[in-house]
Design a protein around this ligand. Structure first.
Ligand code: IMP
Ligand code: MG
Length: 179
């Protein structure tokens, strides 16, 4: 088996332009001056890092916290159960929260996270995802802000992994395994 090749689906420049546009959309949606950005780890960290800088450009000064959730184990399919591996430090009661993650696929992970934050008294929880894979949806949830609609392929890069690899790629790609 030779080295896997990566087909670029969304380039670094396309992602940067989309982040800036999303920040403008988020601004227009009338968030608090100081919303709480909750970045979902691990996959959402690169997107969240760029999105908060784009938010700065749009005049929003967010507070940032992190939550590590797992619905995937070692493989590439969802187990269906969501576990909080690392919880927030911030009290979300009364806050405007922007929940930021890499992909909305089955929706189980973000449906769980959104409900958890609402149960804790968040005033508003909106979802910003880099990629939406609508054909894979199981839970009844949509994101208010979507970077790109993804083809139904397993994607890597820009924070997203396959077996713990490829998170460092500055673009979003699809792994082509040649035999
Ligand atoms: P779901 O929406 O609960 O099915 O799961 C979404 C999570 O699964 C995302 O936050 C990713 O961490 C992971 N995931 C889903 N599809 C992909 C993919 O194509 N590449 C890498 N990770 C993925
Ligand atoms: Mg994830």
């Amino acid at each position: 088996m030779s080295e896997p090749k990566i087909e670029v689906l969304f380039s670094t420049d396309e992602i940067a332009a989309r982040n800036a546009a999303m920040a403008t959309e988020i601004r227009a949606a009338g968030f608090d001056d100081r919303p709480l950005v909750v970045a979902v780890l691990k996959g959402g960290f690169v997107f969240a890092a760029d999105l908060i800088r784009a938010l700065h450009g749009a005049g929003i000064a967010p507070e940032v916290d992190f939550m590590s959730l797992s619905s995937y184990r070692a493989g590439t399919t969802s187990s269906g159960t969501v576990t909080v591996l690392r919880d927030l430090e911030t009290d979300v009661a009364g806050r405007d929260v922007l929940l930021v993650d890499d992909i909305l696929e089955s929706g189980r992970t973000l449906a769980y996270a959104k409900q958890l934050l609402l149960d804790r008294g968040a005033k508003r929880v909106a979802l910003a995802v880099l990629l939406d894979k609508p054909v894979r949806r199981v839970a009844a949830i949509e994101a208010e802000f979507v970077g790109f609609t993804s083809p139904d392929l397993f994607v890597v890069g820009y924070g997203m992994d396959m077996g713990h690899a490829y998170r460092q790629l500055p673009y979003i790609g699809h792994v082509i395994v040649s035999k």
